[in-house]
Ligand binder design. Sequence first.
Ligand code: ATP
Length: 214
Amino acid sequence: MGIFGGTFDPIHYGHLRTAFELIELLRLPEMRFMPAGNPPHRERTVASNALRLAMVEAATAGQPGFVVDGREIAKTGPSYSVETLAELRAEHPRRPLCLIIGMDAFLGLPNWHRWRDLFGLAHLVVAHRPGWRAPTMGPLGELLVDRGTGRVSDLHESPCGRIYIHAVTQLEISSTEVRSLIAAGRDPRFLMPDGVRRIILETGCYARKDETRG
Ligand code: ATP
């Protein structure tokens, strides 16, 4: 299964297209969307946990293989990927698990909590913009020599431990830009599924604060 984490504040077509391309390309039976929680010491999301979860559910409803997993959002403390993956591994002892991350996140991997333990739990799938180059030197360069693969079948033949890098269509949409567009009173139509847009418009969750306060 693929695991696609993010703050999803809000989810948009950039996320959904990436998830869709990877589920097809990697022939994954399932792509789990895992909205991040709101730990006490991190910058808070703009929309509440409940609304972010509802938007991810609306965005993925009816799409075969797309599943929402609310475990991180339900936690009050920090959620480290390595801990979430350990939980998933306990639930699925033999299944290949593919953690999807962007190239920017991959470049910061050595700063992650217990990052080397990730490879005993899951594969890493790095989705990058066309034109990006993978590191060839330093700890990540070495990691790629040891664990990198260009073969999808390698991700199915073992439950964890490989790194697969793939270019995905990059739609220039970001949650930050979507929020500012809405706060400026513009319509987010065609940047996200209608169900997500409806939740945003009905709840006013990204409306400019001074306007909502009246
Ligand atoms: P923000 O603008 O607040 O940083 P975001 O749009 O990047 O938000 P996140 O929820 O932080 O959204 O992203 C979750 C994952 O989706 C990350 O791995 C990120 O790299 C990836 N992602 C975000 N936007 C796109 C996009 N337009 N195309 C492909 N992948 C994306």
